[in-house]
Design a protein around this ligand. Structure first.
Ligand SMILES: O=C(O)CCC(=O)C(=O)O
Length: 273
């Protein structure tokens, strides 16, 4: 599947584009099974607001692809890498990390408004995520919302913990910088777009766009798999306060240079920059 010129133009202007039916249904079942497994037996990079609960629980687990064949085959077989390269107008798409996000029914916690890029040890305009809905979700059921065009603001807002914890010293707490404005308190001041999604729909968005998701007021579990992609102009940029999943010690990538580390950041689609 390739993007249409209209979809590529929407991504460039808005910072986000919805791709209905991007992923085939037969790839979603194994991801939902994986979510079940992770909820009871999570991998090492987990955020869990309410362990063991079946409601009122925001759970995320990431960087599973090296150990979980389901995630690895999703990366290589679902076609998402090509969609990422298309959207970013990049000749290649290198994989950064996978992020499985579960919001159990009646979870009050929103995903706070944020940009992704300050959390990550990269810089570049060609860096994006593809958030694939594995369950249906309306915005009231915690699908994503975006501040349209905010990827072009030139902002780099301080990352904050999704669960509101302040103990993530060495990660979000060490970052010094401007806080993301309180979008929620002044929604009318911003051009906010939200997307209702069916299983298999994808939201493809720039790592620079301000986005979040509201509470899950629905009686249903919301599951999404977000994969993160690096285009031709991405450069390795480790900095205080960013995500510790992959640090300078884990990669051959050199600060300020394209991350041609095939072991950590495999080129899944196209050619290397
Ligand atoms: O699924 C969510 O609630 C948040 C997802 C998100 O922020 C992301 O994929 O970057």
């Amino acid at each position: 599947m390739s993007l249409t010129p209209e979809q590529i133009a929407t991504y460039a202007a808005d910072g986000v584009v919805k791709i209905p039916g991007a992923v085939s249904q037969d790839q979603l079942g194994p991801i939902l099974d994986l979510a079940d497994q992770q909820l009871t037996n999570p991998g090492p990079w987990v955020t869990d607001s309410n362990p063991g609960a079946t409601e009122e629980r925001l759970f995320t687990t990431r960087y599973l692809w090296q150990d979980e064949p389901v995630v690895k085959s999703f990366l290589y077989d679902s076609g998402v890498a090509e969609l990422a390269a298309n959207a970013m107008s990049s000749q290649g798409a290198r994989f950064y990390f996978d992020h499985l996000l579960v919001k159990e029914p009646r979870t009050d916690a929103p995903t706070p408004w944020h940009q992704d890029i300050p959390y990550w040890p990269f810089l570049g305009s060609q860096i994006c995520s593809i958030w694939v809905a594995c369950t249906e979700a309306a915005v009231e059921g915690s699908s994503l919302e975006f501040v349209r065009g905010s990827h072009l603001w030139g902002s780099y807002f301080a990352p904050e913990s999704f669960t509101g914890e302040t103990d993530q010293v060495g990660w979000t707490a060490d970052f010094e910088g401007e806080k993301c404005p309180d979008i929620e308190a002044a929604r009318d001041d911003y051009d906010i777009i939200g997307f209702d999604v069916e299983p298999g729909d994808a939201l493809l968005f720039s790592s620079w766009i301000v986005h979040g998701s509201p509470a899950n007021t629905s009686p249903n579990r919301r599951v999404a798999l977000s994969t993160r992609w690096l285009g031709d102009d991405a450069v390795w940029h480790p900095h205080p306060g960013c995500d510790p999943t992959i640090t300078d010690d884990d990669t051959t990538a050199v600060a300020g240079s394209y991350p041609a580390d095939d072991a950590r950041f495999p080129l899944v689609f196209g050619a290397s920059a």
